[in-house]
Ligand binder design. Structure first.
Ligand code: SAM
Length: 241
């Protein structure tokens, strides 16, 4: 059962953030109170699945955690003969995600894999979701991953990429970080919790600018690209092959 996130209430040195059992137990509360627009993005992934998923194709949820995006796709896919491949390399997340999928009554089959998304073959895809996952992939591996996704998509297929983002303008970057921290305070996190979480995650989550994301997406071959959602330093992009 999901619990309230109290993981960063202690003072003192913190270890690097990992997606272990403790995080998996509080993940739903953590992401909803930490990522502006998370619930809206999950809802709209379903809306986009309804519109873009092609018959007899595969949808991928890369870095699926507890399967929120998978469930949203699963509940909205109208095309026949589809299946979803959901991938995460955290055994703690995959175990809980499997329980979530087992309790869901939808017809669309879900294949859950505990694997590194860098090792997964993408094929016959009409929708690929990277919802706040690319930011954890080493920078030097990101170009190849986006190229692999492009290669595995059918023509007309869509990539949804949601990320924490960085701004070239230092003053605006500082402003959006501050607004994000205010958002977390408004959601009940203390200043200690906010600064301890930031210390834990800063070596693990490496944000890039929207310009870098667009360049990578276009140079992989995607013909269209847009930012469809942004709140402070969080954005969600779509790209169509
Ligand atoms: C912020 S969470 C993603 C949230 C999720 N997509 C959602 O919409 O609720 C990032 C997830 O990516 C997973 N992850 C990070 N790097 C990965 C990799 N190289 N391969 C597979 N999973 C990865 C983590 O274990 C974690 O569960």
């Amino acid at each position: 059962m999901q619990q309230k996130d109290t993981l960063f209430q202690h003072e003192g040195p913190v270890a690097d953030f990992v997606f272990d059992d403790k995080v998996a137990d509080v993940f739903t509360d953590m992401i909803n109170r930490s990522v502006p627009g998370y619930a809206s993005i999950i809802t709209q992934i379903g809306t986009l699945a309804e519109r873009y998923v092609q018959p007899e194709s595969v949808c991928y949820d890369l870095g699926c955690s507890l399967g929120a995006a998978t469930l949203s796709m699963r509940h909205h896919i109208k095309a026949g003969g589809c299946r979803i491949v959901a991938v995460d390399n955290s055994p703690a997340m995959v175990a809980r995600c499997q329980a979530v999928m087992d309790q869901d009554q939808s017809d669309v089959p879900v294949e859950l894999r505990c694997a590194d998304i860098l090792d997964v073959t993408i094929g016959n895809a009409s929708l690929v979701v990277l919802n706040f996952t690319l930011q954890f992939v080493p920078l030097v591996r990101r170009d190849a991953l986006i190229r692999k996704i492009f290669g595995g998509l059918r023509p007309g297929g869509m990539l949804i990429l949601s990320e924490k983002i960085h701004f070239e303008d230092a003053a605006l970057n500082a402003l959006f970080i501050d607004l994000h921290h205010r958002f977390k305070e408004q959601n009940g996190y203390t200043r200690t919790e906010i600064s301890q979480k930031r210390a834990a995650i800063e070596n693990v989550l490496v944000p890039e600018t929207l310009r870098v994301h667009e360049q990578r997406i276009r140079s992989a071959g995607f013909s269209s690209y847009a930012v469809w959602f942004q709140c402070f330093n969080f954005a969600s992009m779509v790209a169509v092959k």
